[in-house]
Write a protein that binds this ligand. Structure first.
Ligand code: G3I
Length: 369
């Protein structure tokens, strides 16, 4: 299945290293900083998504444990994996990731309970056959009860908005809306609150980060939706802003983003960046120019996000480019591999790492012109 990360390729020329003048190293005898440590000084958690496949990489796993303070399963906590057959749960992958987080002192996020994608093949037919049955609340109860006390924060509902679908409430036409109507959102969040009263409950989505008419519309629809939910007493604690950016596409308008985040704060919502990465397709093929554009986009975004007192966590959607293109298939097809994340495929820090470190520490990496 092709995923968001499939990219229009270009031909990568020889990488010319970007002479990034590194951030002034922290003074004193500190060990080299990590993103987790730098974010922590700002009262923010830094972490990333991971898979059990990545945990089996003996070079990567220790680095992940050093850099991240919070972990989220990229795939292995989605319903297609957790409930492959009705009522027959498979928690092995999620348990392994949860155990790694616990062993390494990280917080753990759950992603995601209710989504229109990554559902098991049987679900759609089952709902159609027995529309009066509960395929929502029971699942939320079963999964959240198992991880009570181990998952600090849940993406309860993911990507429920789609203004382009034309509904007045801007909701996405999905199997959930068709089965249970717009109230499925509040049913999900109330079920989540009942299942684990201590967990942070997050509405997670994308589309509000960048500039342009589509994003303006999405920001307005998102604020309207969240205001409606809060007015009805729906227990949404935080907005998860996925943070998928484009290095060579729509740019972040810092003023618009700042205003949007201030409106979220005014609603009493915490803000998490839940899936940050910067798609570097569609630009020049020179690696150093791509890395620099990725770093600039990340910094422009995080500088605004971290200025808002409601921001409590920033997670990247992975830590290293190493796992984006196994086994180099896309490099063969398109001529270069995606470079979306803070570390390159050799686990070396890229300009994006330094840009994020600069945002977290309030310093500015000085990138070579
Ligand atoms: O692990 C299986 C493998 O055993 C099987 O042979 C193979 C062939 O079907 O599939 C593998 O699972 C794939 C999984 O990624 C792990 O690589 C699924 O097919 C594939 O659909 C899945 O894609 C994930 C996608 O969500 C759908 O769940 C992407 O990795 C993941 O990055 C993407 O993440 C989403 C967030 O959850 C929500 N926000 C957008 C974001 C990016 O699309």
């Amino acid at each position: 299945m092709l995923t968001r990360r499939d990219f229009a390729g270009g031909l990568a020329l020889g990488a010319s290293a970007l002479s990034t003048r590194a951030l002034a190293q922290p003074t004193g005898d500190f060990a080299p900083q990590t993103l987790g440590a730098l974010a922590g000084r700002r009262g923010c958690l830094y972490g990333c998504a991971a898979t059990t496949f990545e945990l089996r990489d003996h070079d990567f796993a220790p680095l992940l444990a050093r850099e991240a303070k919070i972990l989220v399963p990229e795939y292995e906590m989605k319903r297609a994996v957790l409930e492959p057959r009705p009522g027959a749960y498979d928690f092995d992958g999620a348990d392994a990731l949860s155990a790694f987080a616990q062993r390494t002192g990280m917080q753990f996020r759950g992603h995601t309970l209710v989504w229109h994608k990554a559902n098991p093949p049987w679900l759609g037919a089952a709902i159609a056959a027995k529309p009066r049955d509960d395929f929502l609340v029971r699942y939320i109860h079963d999964v959240m009860s198992r991880y009570r006390g181990r998952v600090a924060s849940w993406d309860v509902v993911n990507e429920a908005l789609a203004p382009e679908h034309g509904r007045r409430d801007a909701m996405r036409e999905s199997l959930w809306l068709r089965a249970y109507g717009p109230d499925y959102i509040q049913a999900a969040f109330h079920a989540a609150r009942a299942a684990d009263p201590a967990a942070q409950l997050v509405y997670n989505d994308w589309g509000c980060e960048a500039d342009g008419p589509k994003h303006d519309l999405f920001r307005a629809a998102t604020l309207d939706f969240l205001e409606r939910m809060k007015a009805r007493g729906v227990p949404i604690d935080a907005y998860g802003m996925q943070g998928h950016l484009q290095a060579f596409g729509a740019k972040v308008d810092q003023r618009k983003l700042r205003i949007f985040l201030e409106r979220l704060d005014a609603l009493g919502l915490r803000i998490l960046v839940t899936e940050h990465d910067v798609d570097d397709s569609g630009g020049p093929t020179d690696v150093s120019l791509r890395d620099r554009a990725v770093a600039d986009a990340s910094r422009r975004f995080l500088d605004v996000v971290l200025d808002n007192r409601a921001t409590t966590a920033v997670l990247t959607w992975g830590l290293s480019d190493r796992f984006l293109d196994p086994p180099g298939l896309r490099a063969r097809l398109a001529g270069y591999s995606p470079r979306l994340l803070p570390l390159d495929s050799n686990l070396q820090r890229k300009p994006m790492w330094w840009a994020m470190a600069g945002s977290f520490s309030g310093m500015r990496p000085s990138l070579a012109n």
